[in-house]
Design a protein around this ligand. Structure first.
Ligand code: AMP
Length: 209
């Protein structure tokens, strides 16, 4: 049995059609069940938050998983192989601020609200900027509107959320897609099965391209 950890939310929306194209469908209510059998007798799904996927896979609770490059960059990929870019759930990690924000005074320490403190710190450190980090868990777009932060670092796809809140993207830090991750021990002990699934995913990626 291979356990595949899938990321809830936008990544799941793109992963399910990819699985369907591979001839694999959940055999249960993925809205309610956390562990779901599939139409493949040797494959089950666990549906979890993107940031938990590296943990499940690194501990071997899932053999393989799908999560965003943003999560892997922020949490590190220890205990994991990252063999495949699935080229789905594409977006960018960007800096954004209020449109027409007044210029900040010269020695002002920039306040940055983000769910990604490690990536953000590294990004501004590269520019020799020490910033004040404000860790949030969601709705980053609100922070600059209510004076909690000068800028945000968040995922942007269409840009509609920024636009609707009067924000503009000022810098792209990196482009992001969903990645396949594999438990390092399982890669040895379940080599044939994992190779089989990696090959099927790789074919699906090719077919989409
Ligand atoms: P958009 O309005 O299309 O630019 O989407 C922006 C909102 O969706 C923000 O709240 C982001 O955090 C979230 N978002 C965008 N792309 C992704 C993605 N690939 N995975 C998860 N969340 C995303």
């Amino acid at each position: 049995m291979i356990t595949l950890a899938l990321s809830k939310g936008r990544i799941l929306e793109d992963t399910l059609p990819m699985l369907k194209a591979m001839g694999v469908e959940p055999a249960g209510d993925i809205g309610r069940l956390l562990r779901v059998p599939t139409t493949e007798p040797d494959l089950q799904l666990v549906i979890i938050r993107p940031a938990d996927v590296p943990t499940y896979v690194a501990y071997g609770a899932a053999d393989i998983g799908v999560t965003g490059k943003d999560v892997l960059m922020e949490h590190g990929g220890e205990g994991l192989y990252e063999p495949l870019d699935l080229k789905i759930a594409g977006c960018r990690l960007s800096v954004a601020q209020v449109r027409d924000a007044p210029a900040l005074p010269p020695h002002h320490r920039l306040r940055v609200a983000t769910k990604y403190p490690a990536i953000t710190q590294a990004h501004f450190a590269q520019r020799d900027m020490q910033v004040e980090m404000i860790k949030l868990y969601g709705s980053m777009e609100l922070a600059p509107l209510v004076g909690l932060a000068d800028v945000i670092v968040d995922l942007v796809d269409t840009g509609n959320t920024l636009k609707a809140n009067g924000l503009i993207e000022t810098e792209i830090i990196t482009h992001i897609t969903a990645r396949m991750v594999v438990n390092k021990a399982a890669m040895k002990t379940k080599h044939a099965a994992i190779k089989h699934w990696l090959a099927r995913f790789a074919e699906a990626v090719e077919a989409r391209a």
